[in-house]
Design a protein around this ligand. Sequence first.
Ligand SMILES: [Fe+2]
Length: 374
Amino acid sequence: MSTLPPTPELIAVDLVDSEIILNWDNDIQQRFHGPWLRDNARGADARHPENDQRLFDITELPADLSVDSASIRDGDLHVTFRADGYETTFPADWLWRNAYDKPEAKRDIRQFWAAAEAKSLPAHDYKALTEDNAAMAAWLRQVHDYGFAIVSNVPTKPGMVCEVARLFGYVRETNYGELFEVRSEEKPTNLAFTGLGLNVHTDNPYRDPVPGLQLLHCLESVNEGGESVLMDGFKAADLLRQEDAGAFALLTRHWVPFRFRDDKADLQARRPLIEVDDRGDIQAIRYNNRSAAPFDLPADVMEAYYNAFRTYARLLHRPELELGLKLRPGDLMIFDNQRVLHGRKGFAGGKRHLQGCYADKDSLYSLMRKLEEA
Ligand SMILES: [Fe+2]
């Protein structure tokens, strides 16, 4: 659980050209700019007193948002703007929490893992989750930080997978229905419905947006084979960046198409295999050999892209990254479908029956924050 450092005392303020420089009593200096301060004014004329939502649009503000004067009043920052004489006060602790002039912007705490690091993570008991907020918070926190968690002792009743999703949010219904069955079928419409092994993949890269979470609940398992495999795609992508920066650059820069088609649906999306944000942090991975459509890249990029793609795919076969799990009836795994790849080993015969559903991450993270705050 993350805790914020205490707010230092604001001891001096300087106005240099159009920048405000705050001096804190921990020897830290931070710059603030007029447009940012005005846009984030805290007063009742700027934010709704009940919900704290902004009451104006940037176009309603003067073109010149430079600061005329700045001073410390009762420990907080008081500012007057030049163009219209607008005055407002910023609580020191609010400025400290929201300051943007830092060597490194605040990042998510995410733990990249290889199999050895993930093996020791505890399973979460279903009953405890339903009765104890601390147990629930620990479960959600693990999904956030590691991208997966195992829940044990989920009643082996059909449909329970959706009940587990409803513990934190909503089931994401798709053309496969509210839940889907994973078991061997006589005339399989999908390789998932055979006894064949499945290479690690993320589900449904052809959707926009891609389902953020997948839950798989084991109702029946076979004695031999059929083990589930999870792999941290962020760890794998990060290894690719370290080992072959050129390949990483190609897979993040170029987008490729994915497609699923049957009698009723024709789902298509074009996205990168590895998605990074403006800070270079890995945000999402997509990898599904079965639904990758013919790449439509510029001709002079194609060969290099295929080399990069193969390098990455080899990495996704490294045994040390594969977390093997033997799911027993009552076990449920939940994983971030934009981060953690999943697959399974083949099985010869016998009954193996899982039920799955999708959900979104926003409500899971939201409940996690609320429980941790409480
Ligand atoms: Fe899958």
